[in-house]
Design a protein around this ligand. Structure first.
Ligand code: SF4
Ligand code: SF4
Length: 227
């Protein structure tokens, strides 16, 4: 697997999304952290990006915080976004997801700031809300933004189609082990055996018809990225 090429594609995808977010009016501010919980999901490629960019001291400290939160309740997805798109395209019924209502702060949050902000995965980048989440307990997100987020989730999974998805804390824990990183690089990391779910290529876009024309400029930017 050419991880370097995939990481470059991931950086470009993040850049396109960050540019999109700059066009939105949001209530998101520094030290607004209600959305920073143990329930974030991520792909292997995004976790590898974090692992590869952190200096040894920072990585050891992150691993220590993961160990301290080993028992923290967390959301573990049952299907990936592309699997969900395939199920919907066939009018199937997706399996019910595990609801985890408990709010536990993300262990990567330090002094109310994300300790890996520049490296944060897409699911953190797309936490945006028109109103402060603390007011209502949930994010207030425009329907169009939800569609854009879904397209990016599908694209990132597509880039990492040979990899896995799962909870951020679980995936960082798996990739802390050198043998597992090697297995991922060789395309032989067993998702299910590691408590993760297998990614798959994007076959169909999960996009409502009313957003198709409006999203086209973003899609053409994504299509220009060599994956
Ligand atoms: S998504 Fe909600 S909690 Fe997160 S920064 Fe924005 S307003 Fe704050
Ligand atoms: S990784 Fe960073 S942005 Fe994402 S939930 Fe944790 S602290 Fe928040």
């Amino acid at each position: 697997m050419d991880i370097e090429r995939k990481l470059k594609a991931l950086d470009r995808i993040y850049a396109v999304y960050d540019e999109f977010v700059r066009t939105r009016e949001t209530a998101c501010t520094l030290r607004c952290t209600t959305c920073c919980t143990t329930h974030v999901t991520v792909t292997t490629l995004e976790a590898i990006k974090i692992r590869a960019a952190l200096l040894p001291g920072a990585w050891e400290s992150l691993c220590g915080r993961l160990t301290d939160h080993a028992e923290a309740r967390r959301f573990r997805p049952k299907v990936t976004t592309n699997a969900l798109a395939d199920i919907c395209a066939e009018d199937g019924e997706p399996p019910p997801e595990n609801a985890v209502a408990e709010h536990t702060s993300c262990p990567l949050l330090l002094d109310e700031l994300c300790s890996i902000y520049a490296l944060r995965p897409f699911n953190c980048r797309c936490f945006i809300s028109c109103r402060p989440c603390a007011e209502t307990g949930c994010a207030d997100v425009e329907e169009f933004v939800l569609s854009v987020n879904t397209v990016f989730l599908q694209t990132i999974e597509h880039v990492d189609a040979e990899g896995c998805s799962g909870n951020l804390l679980d995936l960082l824990g798996v990739l802390a082990i050198e043998a597992k990183r090697r297995a991922y690089a060789e395309g032989s990391l067993h998702c299910t055996a590691n408590g993760l779910i297998a990614n798959r290529p994007m076959q169909v876009l999960m996009l409502p018809p009313e957003h198709r024309e409006r999203i086209e400029p973003i899609l053409s930017q994504l299509r220009a990225i060599r994956i």
